[in-house]
Design a protein around this ligand. Structure first.
Ligand code: HEM
Length: 388
C-alpha cells in the first residue's frame, strides 16, 4: 500500500508543487486506491463522478471521519456531525452566512478593510501580496463577523495555521487550540452576559433543544469558524491572483471588464481548489467503481483532482475564465457544502476589485520565484508584485 507522501512526493501539509500529474495517473489507472493516509490507511477517490457520489450520500459516507482527524484539535464541530445533530447545529450559524446576511454594512466593512491594507504598501511600487494582503485580510473579516476584537492578527494567524496543520505537528495543533480558548474565554464570557449583534452573541444565546450551547461547544464552533473563514479564503484570493498574474491576457481582460472578476474567481476555485480533500467514513460495506470497501473504511475525496477530471472538464489543466465551470466541488457537495461560500466569493471579489483599482500595471516581479504549493491545502507561497 503506497504512502500518500510517496505518491505525491511530499508530506500532507508540505509544499508539494504539483499533485496534478499524480492525480491524473490515479484517475486513469486506480481511481479508488487504498493508501496510507496521515492518521490511518484509507481510500483516495480521485474521479469527479465518484467524489460527488461519495459527498452526496451522507448516510453511507459519514462525516464522523473528521472526529478522528481535524476534530481532535478543533473539538466536536458540524464538520464531523451527521443527520439531525448536524442540521440542528448548522442551523445555529447558517443564517449568518446566507447571501441576505451579507448585505447591510458588511460589504462596506470588507471593502474598507481591503483599502486600509492596500494603503500600507500602495506607495512602495512593490509588495508581497501574500504576506502584506491575502493572509490577513479574510481573518480580519471573519473576526469582525464573529465579534472577536483581534488586536494581534499575526498571533491569531499562527494559531489558525497550527490548528489546521495539526496532522503535521500535533503538539503545535493542541497548543494552538488551548491558546485560542485562553484568548477567547473572557470574550465569550462577556458575550454571555451582554449580547451584541454579532455571531458570537448568536452562539452564546442559541437555543438547541431547550438548552444553551456549553462553553466547550462555543469554543469548538470558534475553533472551526476562525480557520475555516480565513485559511481557506486567503488561499483562494492568492491563487486567483497567481492565475491572473501568470495569464496576463486574462488579467487585462478582467481589469477592463469587472464582470469577469466573478468567473475568474470561479475558475480559480476549480483550477486550484484551496481545500484539496474532504474526509468520510463508510457506515456499511459498499463499492465505489469496482473497488469494495468494508464498513468503517476512511475515504478521502480528492476535490482538487475531481476539479481537474478530464472526464468532466475539457483540457482541465488550462486556466480559462471563459469556461463557466460553476459545477466545481471546491466548496464540497451535499449537506456539508461550505457554509461560507457566499462570504468567500464576496471577499475575493472585493479584494480583486480593490487591488485592480489601486495598483495600476500590476504584474509579477520579473525576478519572482513563486508557485502554488501544498497538498492538503494549496495556495501561492509568495506573490512578489510590482505596480505603478
Ligand atoms: C475559498 C474559501 C473556502 C473554501 C475553498 C472552503 C471549502 C470548504 C469545503 C470543501 C467544505 C466541505 C467539507 C466537507 O464536506 O467535509 C467546507 C465546509 C465548511 N466551510 Fe468552507 N471553505 C471556504 C470558505 C469558508 C468561509 C469563509 C467560511 C466562514 C464561515 C467557511 C466555513 C465552513 C464551515 C462552517 C463548513 C462546515 C459545513 C458543514 O459541515 O456543514 N468556509 N468548506
Amino acid at each position: 500500500m503506497p504512502d500518500l507522501d510517496t505518491l505525491f512526493g511530499g508530506h500532507f501539509m508540505s509544499e508539494v508543487a504539483n499533485p496534478y500529474v499524480t492525480y491524473a495517473a490515479l484517475r486513469q489507472r486506480e481511481p479508488v486506491i487504498l493508501v496510507n493516509l496521515p492518521l490511518a490507511p484509507g481510500y483516495l477517490v480521485t474521479r469527479y463522478a465518484d467524489a460527488v457520489s461519495v459527498l452526496k450520500d451522507a448516510a453511507l459516507f459519514s462525516s464522523r471521519a473528521n472526529a478522528k482527524g481535524i476534530g481532535l484539535v478543533m473539538g466536536k464541530t458540524i464538520l464531523e456531525m451527521d443527520g439531525k445533530e448536524h442540521t440542528r447545529h448548522r442551523n445555529i450559524v447558517s443564517t449568518a452566512f446566507v447571501p441576505k446576511a451579507l448585505q447591510g454594512e458588511l460589504p462596506a466593512v470588507i471593502e474598507a478593510t481591503a483599502h486600509e491594507m492596500i494603503d500600507a504598501f500602495v506607495r512602495d511600487g512593490h509588495a508581497d501580496l501574500v504576506t502584506q494582503f491575502t493572509r490577513t485580510f479574510p481573518l480580519r473579516v471573519i473576526a469582525h463577523i464573529i465579534g472577536v476584537p483581534i488586536e494581534d492578527y499575526e498571533t491569531f494567524k499562527r494559531w489558525s495555521l497550527d490548528l489546521i496543520g495539526f496532522a503535521d505537528d500535533p503538539a503545535k495543533g493542541f497548543e494552538a487550540a488551548a491558546k485560542l480558548v485562553e484568548y477567547l474565554r473572557p470574550i465569550v464570557d462577556s458575550h454571555r452576559v451582554e449580547p451584541r449583534g454579532d455571531l458570537l452573541s448568536t452562539l452564546t444565546h442559541a437555543d438547541v433543544d431547550g438548552h444553551r450551547l456549553t462553553d466547550e461547544e462555543v469554543y469548538s464552533f470558534l475553533r472551526l469558524l476562525l480557520p475555516a473563514g480565513s485559511d481557506t479564503t486567503y488561499r483562494l484570493i492568492g491563487s486567483t491572483l497567481f492565475a491572473l498574474l501568470t495569464h496576463t491576457e486574462q488579467l487585462e481582460e478582467v481589469r477592463a471588464n469587472r464582470a469577469a472578476v466573478a468567473p475568474a474567481i470561479e475558475e480559480a476555485l476549480r483550477w486550484e481548489a484551496p481545500v484539496q480533500f474532504a474526509a468520510r467514513e463508510t457506515t456499511a460495506p459498499t463499492t465505489i467503481g469496482d473497488v469494495e470497501l468494508p464498513e468503517g473504511a476512511p475515504v478521502l475525496t480528492a476535490i482538487g483532482s475531481a476539479n481537474r477530471d478530464e472526464r468532466h472538464y475539457q483540457d482541465p489543466d488550462r486556466f480559462d475564465i471563459h469556461r463557466r465551470a460553476d459545477d466545481h466541488v471546491a466548496f464540497g457537495f451535499g449537506r456539508h457544502f461550505c457554509l461560507g461560500s457566499h462570504l468567500a466569493r464576496l471577499e475575493a471579489t472585493t479584494a480583486l476589485n480593490a487591488l485592480l483599482d489601486r495598483l495600476p500595471h500590476l504584474r509579477l516581479d520579473p525576478s519572482a520565484d513563486c508557485a502554488v504549493v501544498g497538498l492538503a491545502f494549496r495556495s501561492p507561497n509568495r506573490l512578489p508584485v510590482r505596480f505603478g
